[in-house]
Design a binder for this molecule. Structure first.
Ligand SMILES: [Zn+2]
Length: 290
């Protein structure tokens, strides 16, 4: 069975599925959120390993320029293919500079190309927002959780990286706050999609992670997002935690869509830091206003 049919089977067997695997003419395969698909002015996707030119442990669609020694030319070619698949310009990409913070940058036309064609003149940015058309926001993943935001009323988009640290610091709520501060977005108008990442069964964490969360989440939430495991360890559901953060931020439950695609369970199709360690490529989440 080919990789594509394996993923299609995973997508099909769970009725909670909210993603569709798309195959572009150039062979790039990426996941698309059904809830955002119906908006003609939104471009969005989450890359898989399929359709790129990188080789070895980076095969094939590595989208990180900093995962040396994968060569820059190959990654650039991957971006060209991704741009073609999404129907955006290569010049339109603007990438995050993730350091597990909750810092958010408002992106404008002057930022186009940063991270792909030009050096980024910013650091420590885990969230990007914009209300300008023709800018493709991009962020990187290999187990951490991508968060997609779309304010249907004011036409504002946002993309965030939410690993355990970001989730603990309620990155999703920071995004809603920043969208409101800069563009007057109201939480009730926002559609939020929680993308592929590591599932609770695959994500064992130690007591210090549990303790950090307990500073920011109440007992009921803690019981919902953590499961006790052997030897003072826990299993953390980043999906459930992010869902709760977004609900607490005022996004209606019916506007929140959560993926069930685990990066570690599907290592043939997705890069996983837990499974592969540093010998791996990075996937990316993309979002743009057309
Ligand atoms: Zn898993």
């Amino acid at each position: 069975m080919g990789k594509r049919s394996v993923l299609l089977k995973i997508l099909k067997k769970n009725d909670k599925n909210i993603l569709t695997l798309k195959r572009a003419k150039n062979g790039v395969e990426y996941l698309s959120f059904d809830a955002l698909e119906k908006y003609d002015n939104i471009v969005q996707g989450f890359s898989t390993k399929i359709g790129g030119v990188s080789t070895g442990v980076y095969a094939t669609m590595n989208l990180s320029f900093s995962r040396e020694p994968d060569n820059r030319e190959g990654v650039l070619e991957n971006y060209k293919r991704m741009a073609q698949a999404l129907g955006v310009e290569l010049e339109s990409f603007t990438l995050s500079y993730q350091e597990h913070s909750t810092n958010v940058r408002v992106v404008s036309a002057a930022d186009k190309g940063k991270g792909v064609l030009f050096e980024r003149d910013y650091r420590n940015i885990d969230g990007l927002i914009t209300n300008e058309r023709g800018i493709t926001l991009g962020a990187f993943f290999a187990d951490c959780i991508p968060l997609y935001f779309y304010d249907r009323v004011n036409n504002v988009i946002g993309l965030a990286h939410s690993g355990w640290r970001g989730t603990c610091k309620r990155m999703g709520a920071v995004m809603v706050k920043e969208m409101n501060r800069h563009f007057f977005s109201r939480a009730e108008d926002i559609i939020a999609c929680i993308g592929p990442g590591i599932c609770q069964d695959c994500y064992q964490v130690s007591t210090d992670v549990y303790e950090e969360f307990s500073k920011n989440f109440d007992k009921e939430d803690m019981d919902n997002i953590f499961r006790e495991d052997v030897d003072d360890h826990f299993r953390l559901s980043l999906w459930k935690a992010n869902e709760k953060v977004l609900k607490d931020a005022g996004i209606p439950e019916e506007n929140i869509f959560t993926s069930n695609i685990c990066t570690a369970c599907n290592k043939e199709l997705l890069y996983s830091h837990r499974v592969m360690g540093e010998k791996r490529g990075n996937m990316a989440a993309f979002m743009a206003l057309r």
